[in-house]
Write a protein that binds this ligand. Structure first.
Ligand SMILES: Cc1ncc(COP(=O)(O)O)c(C=O)c1O
Length: 361
């Protein structure tokens, strides 16, 4: 186990931007101890499905071969399931890479980035490294993206980033508002909708919209509901001309065959999504109800994370939980009294409640 002060530092967002990326060497200096309850990176407590693990074993055995046929097969399967063309799907070693490339491609010093606050930090960090101006617009009263304010924020914007459901709040932005953003954004800009968490909720995806819009990019990942964060696999979905603009930064940078085959098996497992979505929602709602019963407000999450208003500097709460091996966080600078908690499995959330009750509540 790393020391408490080191841990709390990490959980507090010491994952500093280094040349526009989260520095994972700093963020995770040592493997977690086996008794740690990991509720800090929005990972899945369930890991890859059984079918995915079996497929990954086959991928390891075939590691002497280049993985590209599996890459094309994965893109084709996703495209077929979504009713789009496989030319509209590009595979990356994690959607974070695709997101960073999108920022590098669509922003520059005179064409800024508009995004929400609090939201996923990677686009802001990438824009800063690209010397592009960043306009952060507070979420509205419902914790949805404030689309009218985002549209007004920068008439020269090169990219609008919209995370739905949003990380860290888990809250949704109405589909109609996303449509408004697409139809009214500055000329020449691209709307990037990050759907890393969309499978946890009932909201419709924007993927099919790419058929009629060459200025919309949608991102998906296998890191969340499919439990494959360590396999590094994400998808960018958009018009081929947009995907080409990302590819110049590293289009062949795909993970190995094991990851690709695991992802393929996950997509084929028709029952998996529904089961995991229901389980996550049950555990999330149980935890939030318990917190509300103790007088704490939580965001109306539809995802695998939510935020709690801890009514005190949230960094202290992160440190006190970390001292008991329950790792939560991060804290966002705009919301210093709120902490993000990932929804773990039932036992993990029971331990979270026990520790929260003795240390905080
Ligand atoms: C909103 C959002 N987008 C993208 C990512 C990155 O996912 P990946 O593991 O596919 O790089 C994350 C990871 O937490 C995320 O929260």
């Amino acid at each position: 186990m790393v020391s408490v002060s080191r841990r709390s530092l990490l959980a507090l967002g010491a994952a500093l931007p280094v040349l526009g990326h989260l520095d994972w060497a700093v963020a995770s200096p040592a493997p977690a101890a086996s008794d740690d309850v990991l509720l800090n990176y929005n990972e899945s407590p369930y890991g890859p499905s059984k079918a995915a693990l079996e497929a990954m074993q086959r991928g390891i055995a075939a590691a002497g071969r280049y993985p590209y046929p599996h890459m094309y097969a994965l893109a084709a399967l996703f495209a077929q399931q979504q009713g789009i063309s496989e030319d509209n799907v590009a595979v990356f070693a994690g959607s974070m890479a695709a997101l960073r490339y999108a920022v590098l491609a669509f922003t520059h010093p005179t064409r800024g980035l508009v995004m929400a606050a609090p939201s996923y930090e990677v686009p802001r960090q990438a824009a800063e490294s690209n010397k592009a101006p960043v306009h952060e617009v507070s979420l509205d009263a419902q914790h949805a993206h404030d689309v009218p304010a985002m549209l007004a924020a920068d008439p020269q914007a090169g990219m609008l980033y919209l995370c739905n459901p949003n990380n860290p709040t888990g809250t949704l932005t109405p589909t109609e508002a996303i449509r408004q953003a697409l139809e009214n954004k500055p000329k020449g800009s691209v709307l990037v909708v990050d759907e890393a968490y969309i499978d946890f909720c009932d909201a419709p995806s924007c993927v099919s919209w790419i058929k009629d819009h060459d200025d919309l990019l949608v991102l998906r990942t296998f890191s969340k509901i499919y439990g494959m964060a360590g396999a590094r696999l994400g998808l960018a979905i958009g018009h081929p001309s947009l995907l080409e603009r990302l590819a110049v930064f590293g289009g062949d940078n795909v993970p190995g065959g094991a990851s690709l085959l695991g992802a393929h098996a996950s997509l084929e497992d028709v029952k998996l999504l529904g089961q995991r979505k229901a389980l996550n929602a049950d555990v999330r709602e149980e935890t939030i109800a318990w917190l509300k019963g103790r007088g704490y407000s939580c965001t109306a999450s539809q995802s695998n994370c939510f935020m709690i208003d801890v009514k005190q500097p949230a960094e202290q709460v992160v440190a006190r939980l970390a001292a008991q091996n329950v790792l939560v966080g991060r804290v966002w600078k705009d919301w210093p009294q709120w902490v993000r908690v990932t929804v773990g499995n039932k036992q993990q959330m029971q331990r979270f409640r026990e520790v929260f009750a003795t240390q905080i509540a």
